[in-house]
Design a protein around this ligand. Structure first.
Ligand code: DX5
Ligand code: ZN
Length: 219
């Protein structure tokens, strides 16, 4: 099965955001992954609501918004209004995760949960049926261009088993250090969505790179 591909706009040229979004529009990308960092949950600041709105103004692909922020509940509606179709919050940032998932669904958007590399997938067991997508972090969140953590494969397999055992309809997204080397094994382990930032935007032919990622699993 061909994976869904979600290029991360974090690795784009921010001085040419419109043309970067138009490049993604012209590609086979399935989503645009939008990384929001607050300098508190993660040791970096990216951008916020006005920039997300600006991306949405030109995007013809759904926005997959990854909130790496504390107190995400305070900003769910603002990101929905800015154009998010999927909003992912971090497990580690939510004291009342079930309530947060309900709040996202009540806004009429899909609900994702991102988990840090140290967070076991089993902690999602009792909410998996309420999650549209689990974002498995394959690097420590905060920066693009980091090295892929190999333990991710076994996490993805265990998460896939959990989803099947619970009869849930949850997609598995992989975020961080994704490239053409690790993607086939990620797909074989159960991944559905590949986020790729630097691998796409630092390539000389981003549209072609996205096509190659889409081609994985098409044998
Ligand atoms: C990391 C972000 C990722 C990042 C991925 O904190 O959540 O989405 O942009 O970038 P690459 O593919 O360069 O690791
Ligand atoms: Zn991300």
């Amino acid at each position: 099965m061909s994976p869904l591909v979600a290029p991360s706009i974090l690795a784009a040229d921010f001085a040419n955001l419109q043309s970067e979004v138009e490049m993604l529009n012209s590609s086979e990308a399935d989503y645009i992954h939008v990384d929001i960092m607050d300098g508190v949950f993660v040791p970096n600041i990216s951008f916020g609501i006005p920039v997300t709105e600006a991306i949405h103004r030109f995007a013809r692909k759904p926005l997959d918004v990854h909130l790496m922020i504390v107190n995400p509940d305070n900003y769910l509606e603002a990101f929905r209004n800015a154009g998010a179709e999927i909003i992912s919050v971090h497990y580690e940032a939510c004291t009342h995760l079930h309530r947060t998932l309900q709040a996202i669904h009540n806004l009429g958007v899909k609900a994702g949960v991102a988990i840090n590399p140290h967070t076991p997938v089993e902690l999602l067991s009792d909410v998996i049926q309420d999650i549209d997508m689990v974002c498995v972090m394959s690097v420590n969140p905060g920066f693009g261009g980091q090295k892929f953590i190999e333990n991710t494969y076994s996490k993805v397999s265990r998460l896939k088993d959990l989803i099947l055992a619970k009869g849930a309809d949850t997609k598995i997204e992989i975020d961080g250090g994704v490239n053409l080397q690790n993607s086939p094994k990620l797909i074989a382990s159960g991944a559905d969505v590949l986020v790729a930032g630097s691998f796409v935007f630092s390539s000389s032919e981003p549209v072609q790179t996205i096509r190659l990622l889409k081609g994985i699993g098409m044998v």
